[in-house]
Each structure stands twice: as C-alpha cells, then as structure tokens.
Design a protein around this ligand. Structure first.
Ligand code: SAM
Length: 236
C-alpha cells in the first residue's frame, strides 16, 4: 500500500463520509500514480502519502457529505487539475457520469492515464468552462457542477452555473471563504439563477475548508457566461 488505509477511513469517518474497500484500493493506486507522474509533470506540491490522503482525497470526498452522486447522476468538475475533486469522486461513485474539465491539457493527460489504469470511465475535456457554458451540448445538462480552488466565487459561478440544469446543484469547494468574497459570490449565484442552500465550514486536519451548495432555480440568462476578459474585467 502507498497510503494508510486506516488514515483514509478514519479521516473520512471524521467528516461523515463512508467509502468502500474498492474505493480505498482505487485511491491507493491513484496516490502511487500521482507521486510517480508528478516527478515528470508538476501536478501538485503535495506529494507525501498522508498529505495526499488528507489534503487531496478526503478534501475531495467532503462533497459526498452534502451532495449525492452515483448511477444516473451527471456531474462536471471544472478546473480538475490532477483530478481533484472529480476523479477522486469517481473512485467513490464509479457509476456516476463524470465530465472532468481543465484548460491545461498536460494535467488532463495524467487524468486520462489514471482513469485507464483504474478502469474508470469519464469524459475528459480540454476546454475553458466559459466555452462549454455556451455550447448546447453541455449548457444546463449537469445535475451537479463542482470545482475546487479555481477562482473567486463570483467568477467561478459564472464559469459553472450555466452548465447546471434547472433543479441541479452548483457545489464549489474552497479554503476559507472571506465575507467579501462570499457576498459577491452569493450575489453572482442569484443573478445566474441559483439559490444558496448550504454554506458550510469544515475543519480537515486542522485546516478550514468551505463548501457552498446552491440549487439552480431558474435558467441562467443567455448573456452568461461572458468571455474570460469580461468575466475578469467586470466580475459579477
Ligand atoms: N481543482 C484542482 C485542485 O483542487 O487541485 C486544481 C486547482 S488549480 C489551482 C486550478 C485549475 O483550474 C488549473 O488546472 C487551471 O488550468 C484550471 N482552470 C482555471 N480556470 C479555468 C476555466 N475557466 N476553465 C477550465 N479550467 C480552468
């Protein structure tokens, strides 16, 4: 084993998430492949097995305390990087229909390799979220859209909310969410057709983590998402 199964199970139990033995095995393989691949391509600064368990795996799995995935659920992870949280969630809920997105292809090469090695299926897309949000093949087609550590909440909402279908969920994950960012972010979510249902801080291994769960209650106005330049110059 590359990782400590005890640490993984205990840390998951601490945040109220239970995972199967198969999930533990997949995450063990994930950690070994990540450590090896990271020597050639910089995917993460976190390379110690215990840290990978806590800061990448358990942190990603936190979503499952708030949002149900599994058969019949289509989810997207925007800015997945080395697969966090999207590929980790697929290890736990392999029957979900996952779409893992990043604008940087070399990170996705690792994700494609990882999924092949694990025998898991997902659509892995090199694209910017704003492009997908204007593409009818993806716009308003997801039950759940998540993203971890990608952008300020107001900008991130414009990337992600157009992809969520009506009655679906937007569930961004962050470190600390400051009051200013939260206020602007919640305003953006409302403008994009969402309603915040949960706004939770959780401590994982002494560090504060934050998850917001918003329901899409009406369609996103067609003028969103704007292009990247407008999103960053005039954020919602
Ligand atoms: N989510 C991963 C994690 O938590 O380890 C990676 C976080 S990394 C700081 C942010 C990632 O988001 C980068 O890989 C970047 O390429 C991607 N990204 C940023 N803006 C994006 C956008 N508009 N569309 C797609 N990917 C984006």
């Amino acid at each position: 084993m590359t990782i400590s199964k005890e640490l993984l199970l205990q840390s998951c139990a601490d945040i109220g998430v239970s995972i199967t033995d198969e999930c533990c095995d997949r995450l063990d393989t994930y950690a070994a492949l990540l450590i090896d691949y990271n020597q050639k391509v910089n995917l993460t600064a976190i390379t110690q097995p215990d840290e990978i368990v806590k800061k990448h795996f358990v942190d990603s799995l936190l979503l499952l305390r708030f949002v149900k995935l599994g058969q019949g659920i289509r989810y997207a992870d925007i800015g997945t990087g080395g697969g966090f949280p999207g590929a980790v969630l697929l290890c736990a809920e392999p029957k979900s229909e996952a779409v893992l997105v990043d604008s940087i292809n070399k990170k996705l090469d690792f994700v494609r390799f990882l999924l092949r090695e694990l025998g898991l299926e997902a659509e892995v897309l090199t694209a910017r979220a704003e492009e997908l949000g204007r593409n009818p093949k993806y716009r308003e087609t997801f039950d759940v859209v998540t993203a971890r550590a990608v952008a300020q909440l107001n900008q991130l909402s414009e990337y992600c909310m157009p992809l969520v279908k009506v009655n679906g969920l937007f569930a961004p994950m962050k470190g600390k969410l400051e009051t200013d960012e939260q206020q602007r972010g919640f305003g953006a979510i409302a403008n994009l057709g969402g309603k915040v249902l949960q706004n939770e801080s959780v401590i994982i291994d002494g560090a504060q983590r934050h998850i917001v769960v918003a329901e899409k209650i009406s369609q996103t106005p067609t003028k969103y998402p704007r292009n990247q330049a407008q999103i960053s110059k005039k954020p919602l």
